[in-house]
Design a protein around this ligand. Structure first.
Ligand SMILES: NC(=O)c1ccc[n+]([C@@H]2O[C@H](COP(=O)([O-])OP(=O)(O)OC[C@H]3O[C@@H](n4cnc5c(N)ncnc54)[C@H](O)[C@@H]3O)[C@@H](O)[C@H]2O)c1
Length: 390
């Protein structure tokens, strides 16, 4: 069996989630390759060495450019902020590597276009974008039901992604609040997940939007060494200007005539990670909330009247997506499993079993993000998504 040698860049939230996934995937799934966790790359030598040792990487490095050129590396896994995605991806693809790049694909449509073009030019190399919620078994089950026609023609898509880690005005400034580093705020951070999920579930692309974006807290105190989400800062610390949105909403038209309503916020008090989606077709509906990630609600309009109503399916049966590898029925999964499944599918794609979202899917999400910003700037005037592929 051939061995894939992995280099992962970024030691923060996603660096840890992906490290855990690379460790666990080969232990619970039969992968077509042996996987070797070769190098973890960070910026601070001490922190990177400590994290690499703790998370199971053979080596630590602070020079991603050197690592990307190494002949003994097959895969580059990019877990850094959006401003770095294009440069690292383009170097990795040019060096012949397979690439798993965190979402959103880039900070601008132009960068995403360059990345998609570079990936298309090397069809033998896999380039996947990390919209990890696709790998939630209950959502993958929803997709299966929709593809089987169980809800009929889709009419409504209703998606919300609500968090509250920025509701405190003294929550510290992080790269996620800096447009130069993050591209956008709640829109690209979490709204992008909803856009990807909606297009993937329905099999239909968003063709235009009408949007609002809001920044409620315009300056936040600085704090050194913030990684991941949350935390508080000294309220007397110097403040930095927030250059992205805290929240937003948009209506969407889909290519197949469905209509969508999307809302995303990082200041939705009380909602920690409520990634929800409900889709109504002419024969039924599905509804999902990540805060109850093992459950899918399914409504079948063809049931006899006295039996009609949403049924709650626990997506933990062996025949549900990904579940055969896990626990006895009813013993649920957690957030980390979505990343394990992502690695399983990514390695499977390297062995010739295609999976999404590829860079052209992720480019379309990027174009929807740009249309949302364009519409919000123009007082919610309808903005067509540019470069539609269907
Ligand atoms: N799939 C998901 O559900 C999900 C969840 C969270 C974040 N993300 C995405 O993952 C990426 C990283 O987010 P995070 O939450 O891990 O951030 P984080 O702040 O926790 O960690 C970012 C890491 O990148 C490193 N880094 C930053 N610039 C770098 C550079 N120029 N060179 C090398 N390393 C650099 C930092 O040192 C840090 O280790 C982002 O694109 C984000 O949108 C995806």
């Amino acid at each position: 069996m051939k061995t894939l040698r992995i280099a992962l860049i970024g030691t923060g939230f996603m660096g840890r989630a992906h490290s855990h996934a690379w460790q666990t995937a080969p232990r619970f799934f039969d992968l077509p390759y042996r996987v070797e966790m070769a190098v973890m790359v960070g910026r601070d030598p001490r922190r990177t060495a400590a994290e690499a040792a703790r998370l199971g990487w053979a080596e630590a490095s602070t020079d991603w450019r050197e690592v990307v050129q190494r002949d003994d590396i097959d895969v580059i896994d990019i877990c850094t902020p959006g401003d770095t995605h294009a440069e690292i991806t383009l170097a990795a693809l040019a060096a012949g590597k397979h690439v798993l790049c965190e979402k959103p694909l880039a900070n601008t449509v132009e960068d995403a276009e360059r990345m998609a073009a570079a990936a298309a030019a090397v069809p033998g190399q896999v380039a996947l974008c990390g919209f990890s919620y696709r790998r939630t078994p209950a959502l993958a089950l929803a997709r299966r039901l929709i593809q089987e026609g169980r809800i009929g023609q889709v009419r409504h898509v209703r998606a919300q992604y609500l968090q509250d880690w920025l509701s405190d005005a003294d929550a510290p400034f992080t790269w996620r609040l800096d447009r130069e580093l993050a591209g956008s705020g709640a829109l690209g951070d979490i709204g992008a997940h909803s856009i990807d999920t909606a297009q993937w579930l329905t099999g239909s692309q968003i063709v235009g939007v009408s949007a609002v974006l809001r920044t409620f807290v315009e300056e936040r105190p600085e704090r050194e060494g913030v990684v991941g989400l949350g935390g508080t800062a000294d309220p007397d610390a110097p403040r930095r200007r927030v250059t992205v949105d805290d929240a937003g909403a948009f209506t969407a038209r889909f290519a197949d005539d469905a209509m969508g309503v999307f809302e995303f916020s990082r200041v939705a008090t009380g909602r920690r990670n409520a990634n929800r989606i409900e889709i109504n077709g002419d024969r039924g509906a599905v509804a999902f909330d990540f805060e109850r990630m093992n459950e899918l609600e399914f409504y079948d309009a063809s049931e006899e009247g006295h039996r009609q109503g949403f049924q709650r399916v626990q997506a933990t049966e062996a025949e549900h997506p990904y579940m055969e590898a896990w626990w006895p029925v009813g013993h649920g999964l957690g957030y980390e499993h979505t990343f394990i499944h992502e690695i399983v599918d990514f390695v499977g794609a390297i062995a010739g079993a295609p999976t999404g979202p590829d860079f052209s899917d992720a480019l379309h999400v990027q174009r929807v993000l740009a249309a949302v910003e364009e519409s919000a700037r123009a007082d919610s005037r309808f903005a067509a998504v540019k470069g539609m592929t269907s």
